[in-house]
Ligand binder design. Structure first.
Ligand code: MGP
Length: 190
């Protein structure tokens, strides 16, 4: 894990928005989504990271999402509609041992534009705190762009330090949105 980020503006002067979702079943899903703040420097990123609760301390049903400024963290956004996600599903016991480190590494992959020429395909990332097992996902904009999706998946898996025998899958949002219960099928795996 690792990767260095020099102080100052993020690569390509990118600006990222942090969102928080608090599960309140009496309201529509998108009404539970709140924009927290936007950052465009490495210093602001660390200040924000140090100020908010660690993901592992959130209650079940909550999400954090970090998305490029202008892209809403939902399937319906025009930049997400044709896209999908690399999904890392964690076992319950990983919340205390690994979750926060995996999420921080995910954030650093995003803001450090770690996917080289394919970083433009990345829309954001989401961490979902769930009693049944937490999830972390990287969302990309075009599920049919196999070259970019595979590159992002391979780099991401390596940056997370996942073992070769751990398999992570990529699902199109259209498939996820259409399935209400069981998991959407994987279009790709790494
Ligand atoms: P979830 O939060 O992604 O997963 O979606 P969870 O809670 O682990 O549940 P599971 O179904 O994956 O087991 C939960 C529900 O939130 C979805 O079934 C949708 O009703 C709603 N939801 C989630 N997302 C990411 C969206 C979205 O982008 N748009 C809309 N309209 N609803 C969403």
């Amino acid at each position: 894990m690792g990767g260095s980020l020099l102080p100052g503006h993020l690569p390509h002067l990118a600006r990222w928005a942090l969102w928080f979702l608090k599960n309140d079943r009496s309201r529509a899903w998108r009404d539970n989504l709140q924009l927290v703040t936007k950052v465009d420097t490495v210093e602001d990123f660390w200040a924000l990271y140090g100020h908010i609760k660690l993901a592992s301390k959130l209650s079940s049903g909550c999400d954090y999402a970090l998305f490029k400024d202008g892209i809403e963290p939902m399937w319906e956004d025009s930049r997400n509609r044709r896209g999908g996600r690399w999904l890392v599903s964690l076992a319950k016991q990983q919340r205390h041992s690994e979750l926060d480190q995996l999420w921080l590494e995910t954030l650093l992959c995003l803001i450090g534009e770690s996917f080289e020429e394919h970083s433009g395909e990345v829309c954001g990332a989401v961490i979902s705190i769930r009693a049944k097992g937490d999830k972390i996902a990287v969302w990309t904009r075009e599920a049919e762009n196999q070259v970019a999706v595979l590159h992002i998946g391979r780099v991401y898996k390596e940056r997370l330090g996942l073992s070769a025998k751990t398999v992570i899958g990529y699902q199109a949002h259209a498939d996820t949105a259409a399935k209400s219960n069981s998991l959407a099928k994987n279009k790709l795996v790494v």
